[in-house]
Design a protein around this ligand. Structure first.
Ligand code: FAD
Length: 414
């Protein structure tokens, strides 16, 4: 079905995009129709992962976080194949798909993201629930709803006190916080919550949880997960009815198996043009890419990398100079249920629920940009302008910042 054997005369223009979420979809959409572009991904939906925590509280439905990839790719004038890439043969410039067909390329853009990482901890994959997709978070919600209706005491353990863990905690408290029997433990291996963010957020999260049945176990590592218990390396054992694993991500095996990464679980090393250091006709974009200087694995970087890798794939095939990727600085927005939200820009941190509105506006805007038929497109642009104004005020101009601070809309955390 898919087999493209010899190069056609018009070839040297065949670009294959493997993986089509933030990075891959942005890459594909920025390549003009004149190119021969094939996009492969086994998941039919673009999924807006930064807001999946809201499925835990039913603030959003899985449908509201999804877009139809095939329609978006077809609208861009490219070919959509709903299959997984199972192997890459860089020496032959060929990929193999899950159907067994192979497909030739002149340039490949690899944007396959990461997979859940349980770090080989015994029982973690079997007895904990991952937190990496709309399906995962909807399943967590169903399990919690079920427990709330069935039993008086509910013990939740969240493994990982990073961004995902804190956002999950906020949503559990939003929906189930009034349940008298709810007890939550958050286990984080580092000595504070959100170790990747400035330290001022940790005490704020703890302050909001004062008086609630939430226990923070920082500086504690998980040794084993069993049915009904999470065992810590310190020897403590936490009883649990539901264990959420928000502990991290690793690279898919495909990267190592294709010679793009040096060991299993490692990301693909790229140069300043996002070209694979091992195979220059392969560009790697988004979470799957490992630059020389560490970059947070964030959707906004993935989208920028997607667009640049597309440009560089075309430049390579046109014999033009490649562009250098320089990450843009954007504030990270972390929500904490209905209680608070944080905007982190470098080492500056501001707090206030206004940032939840900003996060919602970012979601609306990205959905509208990915799919012009997104129903809220116009409203999204308007709400983004409003939120952008708030963010600029909050993070940019000193006098406006003082006004917002004086109004009590936001707090500067020090
Ligand atoms: C819970 C959570 C919260 C987050 N919050 C934020 C946030 O607030 N802000 C932010 O900026 N970022 C956030 N992120 C990170 C952000 O979602 C990622 O940085 C972003 O998704 C990376 O985009 P990507 O396109 O590189 O990879 P992904 O979005 O992971 O997409 C990879 C795609 O590749 C496909 N694929 C995988 N293997 C193959 C294969 N072999 N063949 C073909 N296709 C394949 C997958 O089906 C998927 O569609 C969050 C992530 C999670 C999980």
């Amino acid at each position: 079905m898919l087999f493209i054997g010899k190069r056609r005369n018009l070839s040297s223009r065949r670009i294959v995009v493997a993986g089509a979420n933030f990075a891959g979809l942005c890459a594909a959409r920025s390549i003009p129709q004149a190119w021969s572009v094939t996009v492969l991904d086994p998941n039919p939906f673009f999924e807006f992962l930064p807001n999946i925590h809201e499925l835990v509280s039913q603030r959003k439905s899985p449908k509201s976080l999804r877009l139809d990839k095939a329609a978006i790719i077809k609208r861009a004038g490219h070919k959509w194949v709903g299959e997984r890439v199972t192997a890459i043969r860089p020496d032959k410039k060929q990929i193999v798909c899950s159907s067994g067909d192979s497909l030739g390329y002149d340039a490949l853009i690899l944007a396959v993201g990461g997979v859940n990482n349980t770090f080989g901890i015994e029982g973690a994959a079997r007895y904990s629930m991952p937190f990496k997709s709309p399906d995962h978070c909807a399943a967590i919600n169903r399990r919690l709803e079920n427990l709330v209706h069935r039993q008086k005491g509910i013990r939740v353990v969240i493994v990982g006190g990073g961004l995902e863990g804190v956002e999950a905690l906020g949503e559990i408290l939003r929906r189930f916080g009034r349940h008298p029997g709810l007890k939550i433990s958050v286990v984080e291996g580092q000595d504070r919550l959100l170790p990747e963010a400035p330290p001022v957020i940790d005490p704020e999260v703890r302050r909001h949880c004062r008086g609630l049945a939430v226990k923070f176990l920082t500086g504690e590592k998980v040794a084993q997960v069993r049915e009904g218990a999470v065992v810590l390396a310190s020897g403590k054992s936490l009883e649990t009815d539901i264990t959420l694993w928000t502990g991290g991500a690793k690279a898919p095996d495909l990267l190592y198996e294709s010679g793009l990464a040096q060991r299993p679980g490692a990301w693909a090393k790229v140069d300043k043009h996002l070209a694979s250091q091992a195979h220059p006709a392969i560009f790697v974009a988004g979470d799957a890419a490992q630059l020389d200087s560490a970059l947070p694995k964030q959707a906004y970087h993935a989208m920028d990398m997607g667009r640049l890798s597309a440009q560089n794939a075309m430049n390579l095939l046109d014999g033009k100079a490649l562009k250098i990727y320089s990450p843009s600085a954007k504030p990270a927005l972390i929500s904490f249920g209905e209680m608070d939200a944080f905007a982190v820009s470098g080492n500056k941190v501001f707090a206030g629920t206004v940032f939840n509105a900003a996060k919602e506006a970012v979601y609306q805007l990205v959905m509208a940009r990915m799919d012009s038929s997104w129903p809220l497109a116009r409203a999204a642009r308007a709400s983004w302008r409003g939120a952008q104004g708030a963010l600029t005020l909050a993070l940019g101009s000193a006098s406006s910042l003082e006004r917002l601070l004086a109004l009590g809309k936001i707090r500067a955390l020090r």
